[in-house]
Ligand binder design. Structure first.
Ligand code: GLN
Length: 499
């Protein structure tokens, strides 16, 4: 038994099936996210502040539903059925958006396209809840618990995510963000097709490739059994969630933040009051809550990409290169590109440092990630300092920002994920993964709120905590200060967290 494991450096075929499935799904998610805010402002005629908040509300709910989807999968459906159901729902959602974007027009048809917009986004929110937690956890099930290839497997999987993001952002930007608002629909159509491809590929290969090293099928049955009563409870819960999302139109988005805080406090109480945990377990749980808190600052600034940073690319940036003017949303493909290119380099760096015994511990790496994020915005601040209205700045600044943000992401995101994995007491591992997702949900909500403060000519300067945001420089400075502060505080506490 021992010899082949030691010699094995290749990965099971199932990993590449999950890689391909996730690649198409992320194509669909990031591709859609690339043009969403532009669609809202340029076709649906929402103002920037409102569209920003709407975007934050949507992406926030995207990260909230995995809590429910993960639970249903663990108890009732198993991974496979959840992934296929989620994939079909998300494809359906994209096609509904395609219809919405095809039917907008004179004021009287607006109402219909708005309703279709909510319906499509609602389907994607629920679908993602089933899809995302299950595809991620299936990666680990292909290996034996002690297999040392697991970390590498997640790195390869993260490459799939970002290849999908790169192609999705590129294609939807080219077909949808043409300057003609009637073309946005092609972006949604492309995303719908991508989602169908992902689901079909998964469905085709699941029986053949998704098994343990011993050949036992994985993801076919729930982890724990539901009991009859549970099955009857499931349908009303799903129905309530669906109705809740439709009810949650943009004027009621403010309810999201209290919802997130209550959920987090609820989960914390549930876990920390469990009598079976040792004091060591409890300390590790506290560490998970602490790092989750810091990542909120990271994603809230990072997720400006499709919102305020795209407003900036649209209005203030010189996008012409070799005589061709690039669409503003196209620049978001740089994140996927830099992550794919940078991930192997970063891995080599950590290994080289590790050989000298100088590899930073995880919380320190996360602090570095926050530092790189602040640096990205600082570069941007140099670009926009004292610019006159109407004067455009070089695209260099945005490219440099996305480069630094992507390197920051590599220091924080995959590392945080595996940290949560390693520190969780087995009993609460899914629930603590949900805490990580809740941090993302809060961050995305804040990202939308913050992007809503992007200064607009002819409108009164927005306020934040008593400060007036008088221009773009001041706006980006907010992220320099918040990310740098979070980086320093995390850096100071990192020794304690490591302990
Ligand atoms: N880019 C990664 C993904 O799409 C991580 C995103 C996140 O955690 N906010 O899965």
């Amino acid at each position: 038994e021992q010899a082949p494991v030691a010699a094995q450096t290749s990965h099971p075929r199932g990993l590449y099936l999950l890689f391909a499935t996730e690649m198409w799904e992320r194509f669909s998610y990031y591709g859609m996210r690339a043009v969403l805010v532009l669609f809202l402002t340029k076709a649906m005629m929402m103002d920037k502040a409102f569209a920003s908040k709407f975007y934050g509300g949507y992406t926030s709910l995207i990260y909230l539903t995995p809590l429910i989807g993960g639970y249903i999968s663990d108890r009732y459906w198993g991974n496979r059925r959840s992934i296929v159901t989620g994939g079909l729902l998300m494809a359906l959602g994209q096609f509904v958006l395609f219809i919405s974007a095809s039917s907008y027009g004179p004021a009287d048809s607006h109402a219909l396209s708005h309703q279709l917009l909510y319906l499509g986004l609602g389907a994607m929110i629920i679908g993602n809840g089933f899809f995302k937690p299950n595809i991620s956890s299936m990666v680990g099930t292909l290996y034996s618990p002690t297999d040392s290839r697991k970390d590498a497997a997640y790195t390869i999987f993260y490459m799939g995510i970002n290849l999908g993001s790169f192609f999705g952002n590129t294609i939807t930007s080219l077909v949808g963000d043409t300057g003609n608002p009637a073309d946005f629909r092609w972006a949604f159509l492309a995303c719908g097709i991508a989602m169908v491809l992902g689901t079909v590929v998964f469905n085709w290969g699941k029986t053949k490739y998704l098994h343990t090293p011993e050949g036992e099928q994985v993801g076919t049955t729930p982890v724990s059994s539901p009991g009859v009563k549970g099955v009857f409870m499931l349908l009303p819960v799903l129905l309530a969630v669906a109705l809740g999302i439709l009810w949650l139109d943009s004027t009621r988005l403010n309810i999201i933040m209290p919802l997130l805080i209550i959920s987090t406090l609820g989960i914390a109480t549930l876990i920390l009051s469990d009598k079976s945990l040792t004091s060591g377990d409890r300390q590790r749980v506290w560490v998970i809550f602490a790092v989750s808190f810091f990542v909120v600052f990271f994603w809230a600034a990072f997720e400006q990409a499709p919102a305020s940073l795209t407003f900036f690319a649209d209005e203030q940036m010189d996008r012409t290169i070799f005589g061709v003017t690039l669409p503003p949303s196209l620049f978001q493909n740089l994140n996927g590109f830099f992550v794919v290119v940078g991930a192997p380099l970063m891995a080599m760096l950590w290994t080289a440092l590790g050989r000298r015994g100088a590899e930073p511990p995880s919380p320190m790496k996360m602090a570095i990630g926050l530092g790189l994020l602040a640096l990205g915005y600082l570069v941007m601040c140099f670009g926009v300092k004292d610019i006159q209205p109407g004067v455009k700045v070089s695209m260099f600044f945005l490219v440099a920002l996305y480069f630094l943000h992507s390197m920051g992401e590599l220091c924080l995101s995959p590392i945080g994920l595996s940290l949560v994995n390693k520190l969780s007491p087995i009993k609460f591992s899914s629930l603590l993964m949900a805490v990580w997702f809740l941090a993302n949900a809060a961050a995305n909500y804040l990202a939308g709120f913050m992007s809503g403060l992007y200064p607009e000519a002819g409108k009164p300067a927005p306020h934040l905590l008593g400060f007036e945001i008088t221009g773009i420089y001041e706006f980006f400075m907010v992220f320099v200060v918040s990310a740098a502060t979070a980086a320093v505080v995390l850096f100071i506490f990192s020794r304690k967290l490591v302990k």
